[in-house]
Design a protein around this ligand. Structure first.
Ligand code: ZN
Length: 439
């Protein structure tokens, strides 16, 4: 149980040098066991001409091949049902977590007994870092079904002696009822669901002052660290809002913001975080944007060595004002490589559109990026669809201003379509921002 400001001060405030030594030692253990027990890794490393003895420090990781999600899928098909990278003996298996995703068959991830313990520990640490304390009433709006974050935060809430409401990602009306009575103090869900709850509170004429809610942490999609979104969530619910991150193959809720709101802190005692330039496949310098590649240092059942997450971010190991030494991704995760829109040579992410749309007080929070094809000219057309909050006297002027601001952010000019408030679909889970209607 944590005391004072830190949950595990000896780990959270460890010197960078001490942390690096711990990582090196754990990496040697992980590589040795993978190359002894897993034919999957044996084949990969043999093909690259690499031996376990060549990996002494995390810097040596740059020689190791990446693991991609597609590769894991193929491995599971060939060596059904769990692939040859599943190492722990079946008697130690405790939970199966298939990864969600809009494309392809799910990838199965297994948590062994020890993994569940570590995941609970790390999640409790993140929750403590953004201010959860014993006695809090935690409204857990993360999905308990297919998504991993419901279970990890549930276990961690128990670990922290909190009272947890396992409501999951549904039922906006019931969510509001529980916010009123018993009066949840902590809300966990996706940022789009948080905005949806805030919108519904307003519609029901309930002021955030009537709630006991103190704070919330929001993950599953980017956006919480976008200034306009954070402000809307904080004002709408009367709370402090923090960013949360995880992914099925690596783990749920293992990175979060601390109360300094200065980017996602990584748990470097359990993971090696690398940022890789997707073109050169070399490590980026600190602060440079690239693809996050993550290695498990302690995972037993389905260990990943250099897992290519497809998520873009940057890394900063400068000390945080909170006193924790673990590196951060400032600005959060920009987006999945799959979510990138390529339009007339420009590349952009939905979070960039979100940043602009939510800076307009005349517009609602929802938006969709629609991709269509102009049959006459055979060119792609990208339209940003938003909602006007009230009757706008001069919609055209508003459209022009929005288009101008979007052009500055995206480096390309999308078309604009303004709809009436309430037209676009609301979601309780991850919002679908890109509608690709091209044939
Ligand atoms: Zn911090």
């Amino acid at each position: 149980m944590g005391r004072g400001k830190y949950y595990q001060p000896e780990i959270e405030r460890m010197s960078r040098k001490g942390l690096r030594e711990l990582q090196n030692e754990r990496l040697r253990w992980q590589i040795r066991r993978c190359l002894t027990k897993s034919e999957f890794y044996q084949e990969k490393f043999k093909k690259a001409g690499l031996k376990a003895s060549q990996f002494k420090t995390v810097d040596d990781l740059v020689h190791a091949p990446f693991v991609t999600k597609q590769e894991l899928r193929e491995e599971q098909v060939k060596h059904a049902p769990f692939g040859r990278y599943t190492l722990a003996p079946p008697k130690d298996w405790r939970e199966l977590h298939p990864s969600t995703g809009t494309t392809g068959i799910p990838v199965n991830t297994i948590w062994a007994e020890k993994d569940v313990k570590n995941i609970t520990e790390v999640t409790a640490r993140t929750m403590w870092s953004f201010g959860v304390r014993p006695g809090d009433i935690i409204q857990n709006g993360f999905s308990y079904g297919l998504w991993v974050a419901g279970m990890s935060t549930h276990y961690a809430a128990r670990q922290l002696n909190c009272f947890v409401l396992p409501i999951g990602a549904s039922m906006t009306g019931r969510q509001i009822d529980y916010l009123l009575n018993p009066g949840s103090t902590v809300l966990l869900c996706t940022p789009s669901f948080a905005l949806h709850i805030a919108e519904n509170l307003m519609e029901r004429g309930i002021s955030s002052k009537q709630l006991k809610l103190r704070l919330g942490s929001f993950g599953g999609e980017g956006g919480t660290e976008t200034a306009a979104t954070r402000e809307k969530i904080e004002k709408g619910l009367g709370i402090d809002a923090y960013d949360y991150y995880g992914l099925a193959e690596i783990g749920p809720t293992f990175a979060s913001e601390c109360t300094a709101k200065a980017g996602l802190h990584w748990a470097e005692d359990h993971h090696v975080i690398e940022v890789i330039n997707p073109e050169t496949l070399e490590r980026c310098a600190e602060g440079e944007m690239g693809v996050l590649v993550i290695t498990h240092l302690t995972r037993e059942a389905t260990p990943m060595i250099r897992y290519w997450t497809n998520d873009y971010g940057r890394l900063d190991s400068a000390p945080c004002s909170c006193g924790r030494t673990h590196a951060r991704s400032v600005g959060g995760i920009l987006g999945r490589a799959d979510d990138m829109v390529i339009y007339r040579g420009a590349k952009f992410y939905p979070v960039q559109v979100e940043k602009v749309v939510r800076s307009f007080k005349e517009l609602g929070d929802e938006f969709v990026i629609e991709l269509t094809r102009d049959e006459k000219t055979y060119t792609d057309v990208c339209t940003v669809v938003c909602e006007c909050l009230d009757f706008q006297e001069d919609r055209q002027a508003l459209e022009r201003r929005l288009q101008k601001n979007l052009k500055e952010e995206l480096m390309v000019t999308p078309e604009i379509r303004l709809e009436n408030f309430g037209t676009l679909e609301r979601t309780t889970f991850k919002a679908k921002r890109i509608m690709d209607k091209r044939k």
